[in-house]
Structure formats: C-alpha cells, structure tokens
Design a protein around this ligand. Structure first.
Ligand code: GAP
Length: 452
C-alpha cells in the first residue's frame, strides 16, 4: 500500500489564524456557505453544505442519543415553529426579550448599548467611527413577527419561536397524561429558532436563524437543586465524550444580576473560542415560572396530581439548553489540527468518529474494472451502518489527505490483492497506521473502531 510515515507534530494555528483556517475550510470543503451567495448573501445567514449538513445532523443525533435514546425518563417532542402570540405574552418574551439599541448620528451604525465601551467621561462610543453622538437606547424585541393568512392585522400576528423551550411547556399536560409520566421526567426537542439579533457574527456563533437542542426536566420542587447539579455534570460529560478537550471547556455559574427573568440559578457550559470563552449551553433552574405563567394565561391547570398520595404540585424545571449550530462550530475548532506526514504538511480534523461527516471512505486503489465488484460489495456492506464516501480520483496519498481534512476517521482501501485474498487495508486518520482486515470481518472491525 502506498505509504505514509509517522506523523510528526506541527500543531494547529491559534486565535484568529485558527478561526480563519476553520472558516476557510468550511467554505472550501462544503461545510458552510454564505446563504444565497450568488445574490450577495444575506447578513450573517448561512447554508449548510453537503458535509455541514451531515455533520450538523451527527451533532444533533449525538445529543439525541444521550438525552433521549439512552434514557428512560426523557420523551421527544417536535412542536411548531409558528407560535400563537399568547405563548410569548405568558413566557415574558413579548415584554422582556429585548436588547437596548442605539444609533450613531454620525455614521448611522446601529449597536447594542450593553456591548459598547464608554469613554473617560462615561459617554458611549460608536465602535464604527468613534463618535459619542448616539441616540438614546431604546428596547428592540428580538422575535421575528409575521402574519398568518392573507390579512396583515393584529388578529393574525404570529411569531417565529426564539427558543424551542415554550413548545415543551405548553405541551406539558398533553405529554404527561398521554405518556402517563410522573416527575422527574423530561421533554426534549431539537429544532430551528429565530432571533432578530442586532449584532450577529463570529461566523455561525451568533446568527438570526439557528438550531437548538433543549430539554425541560420536570421535577418535584424540593429536588430541583440536586437535578441542576446532575444535569451540569451530565452535560459537561457529553462535550467531553464527543471530543472537546478538558482545558477548552468550563462551567460558569451566573451572577445574580445576570440571571434571566425565569431563572433562580444558571450555569453556562463555555468553550474557549479563538476570541475568548463563549457559551455553548445554558443549564437553568427555571423553577415553576413557565408552568405557572402558562396556567395563569391559558386558564388550564398545568400541574402534577399524584393519585396514590393525593399530592398536587407544579413541577420545577431544570433546562439544559444548547445550540446545535454553535456547538458544531466548537467541535470543528477543537478538532482542527495540522501536522506533518511523510515530510508534507497536512490538515486533519480530529473529529469524534460519530460527528465526522463520513465515518468511512472506500477507496479502490485504481479505477480498473477488476476492482469494481469488490469495491461495490465493500461499500454496500459499510453503508448498512455508516455514512460512507467512495473516492476514486487521484493518487491514494492525495485521497487520504482529502479525507483527513474533512475528518473521515477510517479509509478502507481495496487493492489488487484484495480480489484474491478478500482482505482490505484500513487506514487510521489520526495515526495513519494501516491494518489488513478480512472483508468478512470488516463491519465488526469498523463498528468497534467507530464506537457510539
Ligand atoms: N430556552 C433557553 C434558551 O433559549 P439561550 O441561552 O438563549 O437559552 C440556548 O439559548 C443556546 O442556544 C445558547 O447557549 C446557544 O448555544 C444557542 N443560541 C442562542 N442564541 C443563538 C444565536 N443567535 N445563534 C446561534 N446559537 C444561539
């Protein structure tokens, strides 16, 4: 097999160079494109290309696996994005989901007042032109408003959800009674959310349309502190399990002034982004705020009644709320590496095998007809369990390099000997080590290497 030498350490770039390298790789290799690029794009909005769509799906599946599939106590939900305004009135989003906005009278740049640095006299300074001639701050609601049906009047107003969470609160009674659940139990959901962010940016870190992975865990009130701690530990463990190194991850409890209107205690899971620590997930004790608010506004009792003891209470809620798109970016930044193989610099994404767009690449050594039937057989077998790519153009070395750059953990090479000995070479992305494996044992071998 054309060969590789031991990878020599070179080390990835850091800071802005790392950020630029990842953004560039995302565009070049089909992970993330500026949305509607042929029309000049639309500010801070992105489309996920073939590899990005695969990877984003894997991030969501990894979350789903840990939060729903591997547990008895969490049920899935898929609620509507278009929401009745009464939901947002009750949740407090109509009144309080706002940012303070200022406009610069000199250059007309619009900024968030709470993001601006004051000068020595305490006046806010425009980050674009340095002027201190700014308008008064005014509240700006972050929800996208639209109209349902042909008439654009107050009666037909609806909002695109700014979080998936409320879909789970308004369905609490439906889920609890239809599934006969007793607290503690959770409702989990993954989906798009929309916020008219004033200062989106840093690639997909803050966008106006993004994906969330949220779970509302309903507990007896006296147990809420214990469950908050439990979920902080669980969630940190998840990021570690999928490859975020210890020193780039931390849990940061909120100060009292920082808490959202619904929360009695919150801790953020933060990642060391190239520009500093940034939130990946908020884990909040939302108390009984939401269920009580929706009970009051809807007139429908949202509580748990224990028939065996006659006890009745409004459950408290622990909410681990993560962003899928933002987390995908963190996984890419953490995985990006550069080293040297055979005297050549290589870019390698050391993604967890379950997050990589492709788990397996099948590479026939040559395009000769002779290798075609066995390549097709191997590919068909691998595709029963993994997302695979077939790549047969250019030299095998170039193909390994291409797979390294997109994070494919294992390459399976079919060569001329394979036809007679029914064995293939499996090559490891991280070590470049190669092993000969019988075709009949291949699926078991790959499953073990790729894991869950
Ligand atoms: N239900 C609670 C809630 O939505 P949040 O902290 O506002 O809490 C949860 O959002 C997660 O959603 C954040 O930690 C972040 O990962 C993601 N997120 C929030 N706003 C985002 C945006 N504009 N762009 C990308 N991700 C965002």
């Amino acid at each position: 097999m054309p060969d590789e030498h031991d990878p020599a350490p070179a080390g990835p770039p850091t800071g802005t160079a790392l950020f630029d390298a990842v953004v560039n790789l995302c565009k070049r290799r089909g992970f993330v494109f500026p949305s509607a690029e042929i029309y000049g794009g639309i500010r801070s909005t992105y489309d996920y290309g073939p590899l990005g769509a695969l990877m984003l799906r894997n991030v969501k599946e990894a979350w789903w696996r840990a939060m729903v599939q591997e547990r008895d106590d969490v049920l899935p939900l898929d609620a509507a994005i278009l929401t009745n305004p009464k939901v947002w009135e009750a949740s407090g989003h109509l009144a309080t989901f706002t940012d303070p906005l200022v406009d610069c009278r000199s250059c007309h740049e619009r900024s968030r007042a709470d993001h601006l640095e004051p000068d020595a006299s305490g006046a806010l300074v425009c980050p674009n032109c340095g002027s201190t001639d700014l308008t008064e701050a005014r509240p700006f609601n972050l929800m996208f408003k639209t109209f349902v049906g042909p008439v654009e009047d107050e009666a037909s107003v609806a909002y695109l959800r700014p979080e998936t969470a409320q879909g789970m609160f308004v369905n609490f009674a439906n889920v609890q009674t239809s599934m006969r659940r007793k607290p503690p139990f959770g409702i989990a959901q993954v989906g798009r959310s929309f916020r008219n962010e004033i200062t989106p940016g840093n690639f997909v870190f803050r966008t106006r349309e993004f994906e969330q992975m949220e779970m509302e865990y309903f507990v007896p009130p006296a147990e809420s502190a214990r469950w908050l701690e439990y979920w902080c530990t669980e969630r940190l463990g998840w990021y570690r399990r999928y490859g975020i190194p210890e020193d780039r991850l931390r849990l940061r409890p909120h100060d009292t002034e920082e808490l959202s209107h619904y929360s009695s205690a919150t801790s953020d899971v933060e990642f060391a982004f190239p520009w500093g620590w940034g939130e990946l997930e908020g884990i909040a004790n939302r108390t009984d705020f939401d269920l009580k608010a929706h009970s009051e506004h809807s007139g429908v009792r949202l509580e748990y009644f224990d028939q065996s003891t006659g006890e009745r209470y409004v459950p408290h809620v622990i909410e681990p709320a993560a962003g899928a798109t933002r987390t995908m970016m963190a996984f890419l930044l953490a995985a990006y590496d550069e080293d040297e193989v055979g005297g050549e610099r290589r870019v390698v994404l050391r993604l967890h095998p379950r997050l990589a767009p492709y788990q397996v690449a099948v590479l026939p050594l040559s395009r000769k007809e002779e290798l075609a039937p066995l390549t097709a057989e191997v590919l068909a077998a691998c595709r029963t369990r993994f997302v695979c790519e077939r790549d047969e153009t250019q030299s095998i070395g170039r193909r390994y390099r291409r797979q390294d750059e997109i994070g494919t953990p294992l390459c399976v090479t079919v060569d001329f000997e394979s036809v007679t000995d029914r064995a293939v070479t499996v090559r490891d992305r991280d070590t470049t080590a190669q092993e000969r494996v019988p075709v009949d044992a291949l699926l078991g071998y790959l499953s073990e290497r790729i894991g869950a």
